[in-house]
Design a protein around this ligand. Structure first.
Ligand code: NAP
Ligand code: G4F
Length: 342
């Protein structure tokens, strides 16, 4: 089996490509050129699988339609997982056009290319619980109404709809995975969970004093990225394409996440967390809770990692990272800038 993954250098890109490589897939990943190395997350996979040719990386960009089309036509993969996006909701208010371009053009380009090949290429679209907007307290499922509240969410709604349109119009095996928040030690450091776990690790190692956050009362249905990427794979192995929600069915506030994370190192979060309005968004998604009963019934998928285990996994990894940073600081090889960034 041959898979093409857009967004292979991201959090989910790592977990998904690891899973596929371990199942003997030939994996092709799309990377974009940057002035700094951007393959850090997948470096362990590069050293293990690139030399044999089981893993291959190609320069492209979701906004560069011709390069995407050429790549798919050249590779003719069995499966395409479209994970790439400008995925930060707050940033999407600052860079709305770029977020929209990335979140829409690539999806329709890939679907159009698939439609024009002779091969039955299966397609996975990374849809998001952000599309629901968190306007009610109810548990959200595949039939719940979308109420996008950011340029990011609006672009995701477009891609979700166009995926469904291509499935229904051209009989393409095109699937939307509507994923609620999923985290890991590889989560981007400006998302709230990782920002907190990074801060806990550094505060524990005495190289940070405080962490500044925005809305502490927002609640999210947080799961582990490794469980969710297995769900993506399961969707493309099903007999027929459809849309499925992946969630834990539990929701926790940002405050609860901070409380749990600081407790792991025996500290009280209230002594270290400060509030700043600068982390508030022009329009907030206050509450997200997912209902994964359809995916459980039809695909047998269930999350394996509890909220407490997820927080522990992230904090423990970030304590180890901070320990390495402390050595560099002590030897004058690193100047901490984290309290001024994010
Ligand atoms: P992530 O860590 O932010 O990774 C995003 C990936 O997209 C990175 O590989 C990034 O490349 C790439 N990318 C960004 N802009 C691109 C462009 N113009 N062309 C090509 N590649 C581009 O995101 P994630 O957490 O793994 O999420 C994966 C997907 O699921 C995203 O589409 C996200 O919106 C969606 N999603 C995530 C969650 C969640 O909770 N994690 C929930 C629902 C849906 P660089 O490494 O070069 O920046
Ligand atoms: O961690 P967040 O930035 O994630 P958000 O906005 O829920 O988006 C993530 O999950 C979506 C799935 O629902 C994905 F589609 C999307 O790509 C991304 O992966 O923020 C979570 C909550 C928000 O309510 C935010 O206002 O935490 C609140 N928050 C409070 N202080 C903060 C902060 N968020 C960030 N990033 N930084 C803060 O300092």
């Amino acid at each position: 089996m041959k898979a093409l993954i857009t967004g292979i250098t991201g959090q989910d890109g790592f977990y998904l490509s690891k899973l596929l490589l371990e199942r003997n897939y030939e994996v092709h990943g799309l990377i974009r050129r940057s002035s700094n190395i951007n393959t850090n997350r997948i470096d362990p996979l590069i050293s293990e699988y690139l030399p044999s040719g089981q893993l291959n990386l190609h320069y492209s960009d979701l906004t560069d339609s011709s390069s995407l089309t050429n790549l798919i036509n050249k590779l003719l993969p069995d499966e395409v997982y479209n994970l790439a996006a400008q995925s930060h909701v707050a940033v999407s208010f600052k860079n709305p056009i770029y977020t929209t371009q990335t979140g829409t053009i690539g999806t329709v380009t890939i679907l159009e290319t698939i439609r024009n090949t002779e091969k039955n290429i299966k397609f996975y679209q990374a849809s998001s619980s952000e599309m629901f907007g968190g306007v009610t307290g109810e548990s959200l499922n595949e039939d719940s109404t979308f109420y996008p509240k950011s340029p990011y969410a609006a672009a995701k709604v477009f891609s979700h709809n166009v995926t469904k349109i291509y499935r229904e119009s051209y009989d393409i095996f095109a699937v939307n995975g509507i994923l609620f928040n999923h985290e890991s030690p590889l989560r981007g450091e400006t998302f709230v969970t990782r920002k907190i776990s990074r801060a806990v690790g550094r505060i524990y190692q005495n190289i940070q004093k405080k962490v500044t956050l925005g809305n502490l009362d927002a609640s999210r249905d947080w799961g582990f990225a490794g469980d969710y990427t297995y769900g993506m794979y399961k969707m493309l192995q099903h007999t027929k394409p459809d849309d499925w929600v992946l969630a834990t069915g539990e929701t926790h506030t940002v405050k609860e996440f901070a409380d749990e994370a600081f407790k792991i190192v025996g500290l009280n979060w209230e002594d270290y967390v400060e509030y700043s309005e600068k982390h508030e968004r022009p329009n907030e998604v206050h509450h997200l809770l997912g209902d994964p009963s359809k995916v459980k019934k039809e695909l047998g998928w269930e999350p394996k990692t509890s909220f407490k285990d997820l927080v522990k996994m992230m904090v423990e990894e970030d304590i180890k990272l901070a320990e390495k940073e402390k050595v560099l600081i002590d030897n004058n090889l690193l100047k901490p800038s984290w309290e001024h960034s994010n």
